[in-house]
Design a protein around this ligand. Structure first.
Ligand SMILES: Nc1ncnc2c1ncn2[C@@H]1O[C@H](COP(=O)(O)OP(=O)(O)O)[C@@H](O)[C@H]1O
Ligand SMILES: [Mg+2]
Length: 298
């Protein structure tokens, strides 16, 4: 795998702090296990403020951002990628993240945008080449070869125009293109959007493998159940604010996520007192607990 860099020790489990290599393949030349810290982030479009005081982190592993349409998930990734201005503090391994997109890419951050944004009239190989603009021709060729090793399906389609591929294949090209910059932090905006269930599973498994191999992954997903099943940690964003966060397994069992995102039939308790006790036991924020009370409105 491309992300199975020879200089990075493969993790033995999903735990943190396993051997961080020198990250020779990255543009940033730092340890591969990146830690993103976002504090008090605000961003929006002109006078419209979408994100308000968002604080979160993406530790080594896979962090998922959940939330309804229009919550500001894409806006968050766009702000982190320098596509729109931001206020607040963003640190990547304790260094302030630059503001301009090309500098952010050099710092080791790659974004697979919502809707993939491939060049439809270019071949798979040409799309991958564009993702490798940071490195010289020889290294670019080496990374393309690696991408084909990671995604055998893409090797078969090397000369196919990206626009003629299925949604799942296009998403794979988009992920492979982002990995061409050998990022320390990979951000994925709804990689499973519009895909058939089997392709959803395949894309989420790819995200998991990338995280296991040492690239920190921050992923936005609408597919709550499946996303929490592959993630280490999660956040719920609603109306531009974080309303719940925690370990992915606990979050999947939390009242706020079950009631709002997984549907009533996934609840395994009907007793209100039991629900309250569970809510207290879970590391969801006070705002989330308030939201989850019967009197709250959505
Ligand atoms: N280019 C834009 N200009 C103005 N408002 C926008 C723009 N893009 C998104 N918005 C608004 O920002 C809010 C958050 O959108 P978005 O981040 O795309 O949400 P999500 O990805 O969670 O569905 C929405 O109210 C949306 O209408
Ligand atoms: Mg979005």
């Amino acid at each position: 795998m491309m992300w199975y860099r020879p200089d990075v020790a493969l993790p033995t489990g999903s735990g943190e702090g396993a051997g961080a290599g020198a990250g020779a393949g990255t543009g940033a030349g730092k340890g591969a296990r990146a830690h993103l810290q976002v504090r008090g982030l605000s961003a929006g479009y002109g006078p419209v403020q979408v994100l308000r005081n968002v604080t979160l982190e993406a530790r080594p592993g896979l962090t998922v951002i959940l939330g309804p349409n229009g919550a500001g998930k894409t806006t968050l990734l766009r702000a982190l990628n320098g596509l729109i201005p931001r206020m607040g503090e963003v640190l990547l391994d304790r260094d302030e993240l630059p503001e301009k997109t090309h500098e952010i890419v050099r710092a080791g951050v790659a974004l697979v945008a919502e809707g993939r944004q491939l060049f439809a009239q270019m071949t798979v190989t040409e799309n991958l080449e564009l993702g490798g603009w940071l490195v010289d021709k020889a290294e670019r060729a080496r990374r393309i070869e690696q991408a084909f090793a990671d995604f055998p399906k893409l090797r078969e389609r090397a000369q196919q125009l990206a626009g003629t591929m299925s949604g799942g294949e296009q998403q794979m090209v988009a992920v492979a293109r982002a990995m061409m910059s050998a990022p320390r932090l990979l951000m994925l905006d709804e990689p499973s959007l519009g895909l058939a269930p089997r392709m959803v599973d395949e894309l989420l498994a790819i995200a998991r493998r990338i995280a296991d191999a040492g690239t920190t992954v921050l992923m936005v997903e609408q597919n709550v159940k499946k996303a929490l099943a592959v993630a280490d940690r999660g956040y719920v964003l609603e109306r531009g604010q974080i309303v719940a966060s925690g370990d992915a397994r606990l979050l999947a069992r939390s009242t706020v996520v079950r009631e709002a995102y997984l549907g009533a039939d996934s609840a395994d308790t009907t007793d209100a007192r039991d629900a309250v006790a569970r809510r207290k036991a879970q590391p969801v924020s006070a705002a989330a607990a308030r939201r989850a009370t019967p009197s709250s409105t959505r």
